[in-house]
Design a protein around this ligand. Structure first.
Ligand code: MD6
Ligand code: FE
Length: 229
C-alpha cells in the first residue's frame, strides 16, 4: 500500500497529515469523551432516531443522527423527511465553542477561528463491522474546515487525495479522544473508514458493553453548511 506521508502520532500533539489536515491524538480527556457519549445518547432518543441512511437504495453500515441540519444523501434539510419528518435537534452552543478550540489547537489563524460557526453535526455510530467508503464531503456550500471527533473503538481512517478515491492515500489510526481537522487544501480530499478495531475502546470513555460485544465507535463531524433558513 502506498503511504503518502510519514508523521509522528503523539498524544496531545498536532501532526499535519497534509496541507490543512491535522490529527491530534488524545485531544479530549476521558471525562470529556464520557460526557459527549452521554449527549449522544440523548440525541439518539429523538425526535429523529438514529438510522442507517440509504445511498442509492443501499443502507449504510454506519448509523447517523444529526444536529442543526439533517444530512440525507446528498443534501441537508431541517426536517428528517427520509426518516419521520421531524425537525432535528438544535446545534448546541458548546459544540460551536469546541469547534473553535479545535481550529485554534490545530493552528488555524485567529480570524478563521472566530468566524467558525458550525451549524450541523453528523454523529455516526460504528459497530465492529461498519465501514465507510471513500467519499468527499461536498454537500456543504461552505468550504470552512470540518472538525472530527472520535470516541470508543479505534478505526483505520484512510486519508486520500482530492482527485480520486484511489491511491495515493495514507492509513492512520483514529483512537478514542482523537481530533482530526480537514480544512484548506484538504477540505475536499477523499477519505473513508476501512475498519473498526473491536475491543480497543479505553475504559472510562463512556462507550462500553456488558455483554461481551465490543463498544463500537462514535464519530462526530461538525461542519458549516453555508445554508440559510
Ligand atoms: C469517520 N468521518 O471518521 C468518518 N469527514 O467515521 C468522515 O467522514 C469525516 O472524519 C470529513 C472530515 C472528517 C471526517
Ligand atoms: Fe466525511
Amino acid at each position: 500500500m502506498t503511504e503518502l506521508f510519514e508523521f509522528p502520532s503523539e498524544p496531545g500533539h498536532p501532526s499535519a497529515v497534509a496541507d490543512g489536515a491535522v490529527h491530534v491524538p488524545g485531544w479530549l480527556t476521558l471525562e470529556q469523551q464520557a460526557w459527549i457519549v452521554g449527549q449522544f445518547r440523548t440525541w439518539t432518543a429523538g425526535p429523529v432516531p438514529i438510522r442507517a441512511a440509504k445511498v442509492r437504495g443501499h443502507e449504510m453500515s454506519v448509523r447517523t443522527v444529526c444536529l442543526g441540519w439533517h444530512w440525507q444523501p446528498y443534501r441537508y434539510t431541517r426536517e428528517a423527511t427520509d426518516v419521520n419528518g421531524q425537525r432535528v435537534l438544535a446545534f448546541p452552543d458548546w459544540m460551536v465553542r469546541l469547534g473553535r478550540r479545535a481550529l485554534r489547537d490545530t493552528g488555524f489563524p485567529e480570524d478563521q477561528v472566530a468566524a467558525y460557526t458550525p451549524d450541523t453535526a453528523l454523529a455516526n455510530f460504528y459497530d465492529e463491522k461498519a465501514k465507510m467508503g471513500m467519499h468527499q464531503d461536498r454537500d456543504e456550500r461552505s468550504l470552512a474546515p470540518i472538525v472530527s471527533l472520535s470516541i470508543g473503538d479505534a478505526c483505520t481512517f484512510r486519508f486520500g487525495n482530492t482527485e480520486s478515491r484511489n491511491r495515493p492515500y495514507a492509513d492512520l489510526r483514529l483512537g478514542s479522544g482523537d481530533l482530526f481537522v480537514f480544512g484548506g487544501a484538504s477540505r475536499l480530499a477523499y477519505h473513508g473508514v476501512t475498519r473498526v478495531h473491536p475491543f480497543t475502546a479505553p475504559s472510562g470513555c463512556g462507550l462500553g458493553s456488558a455483554d461481551g460485544t465490543s463498544a463500537g465507535r462514535i464519530n462526530i463531524t461538525m461542519r458549516m453548511t453555508g445554508l440559510e433558513g
